[in-house]
Design a binder for this molecule. Structure first.
Ligand code: HEC
Length: 225
């Protein structure tokens, strides 16, 4: 199917000099929670793996601009009832995202130069610290699969863990390990997922239980002592 569409749209999108750094950054923030793309480091599973989707097209020599055309077309012509949001990126941003996927999909190796660091998710270098029984671990606000901390510290006893969510996608805060297994309510943008747990000294994993999000990187280590 991809190949048929390729022939139709291969000529689109000329006349705009693609900014691949912008394209990669936006891809990680807006597309990566649903799509795996190795060079972007994203591992979403709700949509097709884009390396796999364009493997054959790449092998048949359609090239980056052909793939870009398919991606651009998909962004603005999402099928009815798809979970993929329509026009998630627009104008030059859409062209940049499509150009980056065209550049990166099914292409072995790693990004280099400015592209290597583009789209890297910001995670605090410090741990989140519990205070008076409250621990706050916000979701990454951009839509990347990450919390703003990947480490947290707490003292033993009852702790309420809150995850304010400013991301455009649904997340929760959940915790497992050391005899505990609690999943928080899933909340959309503007909501806060909250759980109360009794913690003993030891190590736990905090994560988001939305399918694919933990595997995509949305997790961290909570140390209680
Ligand atoms: C909420 C999840 C979600 C998000 C976010 C999302 N997609 Fe998708 N995407 C899907 C699903 C599911 C499909 C499968 C086809 C369908 O449902 O229409 C898909 C299909 C595609 C396809 C076609 C792949 C094929 O096999 O033909 C491309 C290309 C694509 N998406 C690119 C993107 C880009 C670029 C973005 C970011 C601007 C994005 N998607 C954001 C869920 C998502």
């Amino acid at each position: 199917m991809v190949v048929a569409v390729l022939v139709l749209v291969a000529g689109c999108g000329r006349g705009h000099k693609a900014d691949l750094v912008n394209g990669k950054t936006l891809f990680v923030q807006k597309c990566g929670s649903c799509h795996t793309l190795a060079r972007a480091g994203t591992k979403g599973i709700q949509g097709p793996n884009l390396d796999a989707a364009f493997q054959e097209a790449r092998a048949q020599g359609f090239g980056s601009s052909g793939i870009k055309g398919v991606v651009l077309n998909q962004i603005s012509h999402v099928r009815k009832n798809s979970i993929m949001p329509l026009n998630l990126v627009k104008g030059d941003d859409a062209r940049d995202v499509a150009a980056y996927v065209g550049f990166a999909a099914a292409k072995p190796g790693k990004d280099s130069g400015d592209l290597a660091t583009a789209g890297q998710t910001q995670v605090s270098s410090k741990p989140a610290v519990e205070k008076n029984g409250a621990l706050t671990i916000p979701a990454n606000p951009t839509g990347a699969l990450a919390f703003q901390y990947n480490k947290a510290n707490a003292t033993p006893g009852k702790v309420t863990i809150s995850m304010p969510n400013q991301a455009p996608i649904t997340h929760d805060i959940s915790i497992k390990g050391n005899g505990v297994n609690v999943q928080g309510p899933r909340v959309g943008k503007g909501g806060t997922s909250k759980i109360s747990v009794n913690l003993k000294p030891g190590t736990y994993t905090f994560y988001c239980s939305v399918p694919g999000h933990e595997a995509g990187g949305m997790k961290g280590t909570l140390t209680v002592k």
